[in-house]
Write a protein that binds this ligand. Structure first.
Ligand SMILES: Nc1nc2c(c(=O)[nH]1)N[C@H]1C(S)=C(S)[C@@H](COP(=O)(O)O)O[C@H]1N2
Ligand SMILES: [Mo]
Length: 411
């Protein structure tokens, strides 16, 4: 075992690749450093509002949505890579006291509650069990929240609270089988090492229905893209719930508890709930009376090339590229419109990395008129669900979704 395997801290995990290191080599320090572009914008005066950017340990400079605890957004250009690099992967925590160092010599994953044989698994125990991998999108429920109109409170994420990674670990179902789930169990709860600043702040604990918890796709992952998880993304192990919003992907996992009755903690009973209707919709003056815990992701599609407000040349073929994903039905079709939504044509789908992964799409467009043009993209999955024409709204700002429209200037 190397040092990272035994005792990892902020400073020893998620070493940036040489390429990224070089890209940011000009920025000093690990925390609070501002990349060159921002400094330049700062000097241009108050009209250009700079975006706060910081380097946290193991991470490249990321947009700061919140700094205590860190909520950091992935820069858009990283979505041109099939797997979002660990050092650029977005970060979201709720509670002030997050783990900054974990000693694997003492860390144990406790499995208890309504089981025949309570377990205390070390990392070595986990690594001795059969390994499984899945490429899956981790997306925050509040991804794109800043796009909501009317605006809603909460972390003002752009579209970068998502990422696609190859997760490797042990099937939760295997761990539950080893512990022996007792008859009459209805849910399984998951608790991480993070805590509130004082005891009145409810601990971040999430729960899944027992039948879902026993499906083979859910992992207790100890690797992300072939490396130990970065500290900020849940070292030493996290839950991976493919197809479901990342609120269930509990990080720095410490305790798994099998429950004979539904878990009623704050983060299930009060928070992360959506209107109980097909598109989780409500209006500011008619809030939904009935809510349910948020669950499966909807069908989304984005452009990664060109980026919004790009200047593109008239009369020359331009490569269009993007990503689409859903809750695991798989993407069936992606269509692009370059004429304001009047006509749509099919994009080509790249290699399938798995039904829970980003599906890359490509198309070509030769701009035939100068001026501002709007590009649109929509996706349909194998269940026939499509990206909606108009955005849905709910007061928590979850599940934002609409046909993506980006302006480009043809010159
Ligand atoms: N222990 C713990 N796990 C957690 C959270 C948290 O606050 N504490 N936040 C959840 C939420 S809401 C999201 S969006 C994802 C973010 O995962 P990431 O930081 O690896 O991108 O972690 C989830 N797991
Ligand atoms: Mo989230």
């Amino acid at each position: 075992m190397n040092r990272t395997d035994v005792h990892a801290s902020w400073w020893t995990t998620g070493t940036p690749s040489r390429r990224h290191w070089l890209r940011w080599a000009g920025t000093a320090g690990l925390l609070g450093a501002v990349p060159a572009g921002c400094e330049r914008r700062l000097q241009e005066g108050p009209a250009a509002e700079p975006e706060p950017v910081a380097r946290f340990p193991g991470k490249v400079a990321l947009r700061v949505v919140n700094d205590r605890p860190p909520c950091l957004e992935t820069p858009w250009h990283y979505y041109r890579e099939d797997l979002t690099p660990n050092e650029a992967f977005y970060v979201r925590w709720h509670l002030q006291t997050i783990p900054t160092s974990v000693d694997l010599r003492s860390w144990r994953l406790k499995v208890g509650g309504h089981v025949e044989r309570p377990l205390e698994l070390s990392m070595a125990d986990l690594r001795r069990m059969e390994a499984a991998s899945v490429v899956a999108v981790n997306q925050c429920s509040g991804n794109s929240r800043s796009r909501f109109e009317p605006r809603v409170p909460g972390g003002q994420w752009g579209n970068g609270a998502m990422g696609n990674a190859r997760w490797t670990g042990v099937r939760l179902a295997d761990i539950l089988r080893r512990a022996g789930v007792k008859g009459g169990s209805v849910q399984v709860s998951f608790d991480g090492l993070d805590q509130g600043p004082f005891s009145a702040v409810p601990d971040f604990i999430k729960a899944l229905p027992i039948d879902h918890a026993r499906t083979p796709e859910i992992l207790v992952a100890y690797e992300m893209n072939g490396e130990p998880l970065p500290m900020l993304n849940g070292f030493p192990a996290r839950l991976v719930v493919p197809g479901w919003y990342a609120t269930y992907w509990v990080k720095a996992l410490a305790e798994i508890t099998v429950l004979p009755r539904p878990f009623e903690g704050f983060w299930m009973a009060r928070s992360y709930r959506i209107p109980d209707n097909p598109h989780a919709q409500e209006t500011p003056d008619a809030l939904a009376a009935k809510t349910v815990p948020i669950h499966r992701m909807n069908v989304r599609s984005f452009f990664v090339q060109p980026e919004p407000d790009a200047r593109v040349p008239l009369g020359r073929p331009l490569a269009l590229e993007g990503i689409a994903f859903d809750d695991g039905q798989g993407i069936k079709q992606v269509q692009v419109s370059t004429d304001g939504g009047a006509g749509w044509f099919d994009a080509r789908l790249d290699r399938d990395l798995g039904r829970f992964a980003f599906r890359r799409w490509r198309a070509e467009w030769t701009p035939s008129a100068r001026g501002l043009q709007t590009l649109r993209v929509r996706a349909v999955n194998n269940a026939g669900d499509a990206t909606p024409e108009s955005p849905t709204w709910n007061h928590s700002g979850y599940m934002r979704n609409a046909i993506e429209q980006i302006p480009v200037l043809v010159v």
